[in-house]
Design a protein. Sequence first.
Length: 482
Amino acid sequence: MALLEGKDPGDPFVEPPHHVFSREQKKWLVYMVSLAAMFSPLSSNIYFPALPTIAETLHTPIELVTLTITIYMLFQGLAPSFWGPLADQFGRRPILIATLCVYILANLGLGFSKNYASLMVFRGIQAIGSSATIAIGAGVIGDVSVAAERGGFMGHFAGTIGPVFGGVLAQFGFRSIFWFLLCLAVIVVVLITLFLPETLRSIAGDGSRQLYGIYRPLVYTKRHHAMMTSRATLNKSYEEKKLSWKMLLESFRLLAEKDVFVTLMFGGIIYTIWSMQTSSTSSLFTNGYHLSSWQTGLIFLPNGIGCMSGSFIIGKIMDSDYAKAATQFRQLHSLPAETELKQHIYPSFSIERARLKSTWWLLAMFCIATGLYGFALQWHMAVPLTLQFITAFTATAIFNINSTLMIDLYPSKASSATAVNNLVRCTLGGLGVALIEQAISRIHGGITFLVLAVLAALSGFLVVIERTYGPRWREQRLLRGS
């Protein structure tokens, strides 16, 4: 069982042994990075209700305006694949601040955009700035947490009710959306600069090393400073790392692993279908129910509530599923109840089965709601909105399960692992969004979403493959690295 015991603790497959921060201190770190992480979904979702207004203001067909969503999603998928490895090498804090500064400049450009071309360009830059916040936030969670508590922490990466704000702000012109985002981003950057410490383990260790320079927050609590300076060993300098193509392409290399590819394809398919439903909401409801801009914003409220509740609830469920699986494994192997099941010591513990346990009922609910959605648009508005809540709840829950499993597999490369997750789902999602309007116009909406529901059901075979072969592939990878 201790096949890989004695392995170098710096190895990417070895889970961090512990962190000096208490659970409450870890929660505050998670809350802080969650503030930054909200910009990725917020910037996408807040935009949806304003699409008709943008088309009218810029005298551009709605089909072309919808392409700005595709551009956003493509950059949203690609950019973290470079930001993530940088955060895994040079630190979470400086890269997070840098990405948010890019985001602020992009919103400034969008606020002054006068034509479709400038809107398209700055939406791409906005995605480059916002998209890495989730990957970096996941990296922070990977730094400070162990598998037993990781699901609950990931549950704080909730969706947003951005479309509601988008619908209201669109009344003052679509550019008001970007001024709102700019002001919000400035506030978050100030908070992070003041209070967020570096957590990357090669720099901060278990949280006890003394930080300085860009890695040290401007405001240090007396308790934190005393805890760090009381330790015998303090780092006086950090090892400089050289930027290389190998480092930048780290996220893409992870896709070559069979279990990673299978897991991310499943999540990518679910994300694509959910994105197609969400991006088509404005046109479907505006035309079908004759809604104004602010009313269009309100119809996204069930989606936002579904995202937030799905994220929070599945976090609790994941911790419970893990605890049950871990207890059974310890009893089977006569291990003490407090034994931490690290991969390099207990590779036979199936983290894959523990994490994917709740996927089946989530997938079933998602397929049923998606299959009914297109036909429900002919019924009372409450019916499709209820189905939107269910699809948002289940899709977000599945995203969080996938993201947590990726961090479990690569705890010291959590940002890169989350980045490649983003790459797959946003690339597929962008393609889906580009096609959905044409599919609905050429095929009946009910048939379109029924076909998507069947596709989602078929993707369940990928979960079977991961549960069956994933543990074997992971153990083979651990042996290659030993």
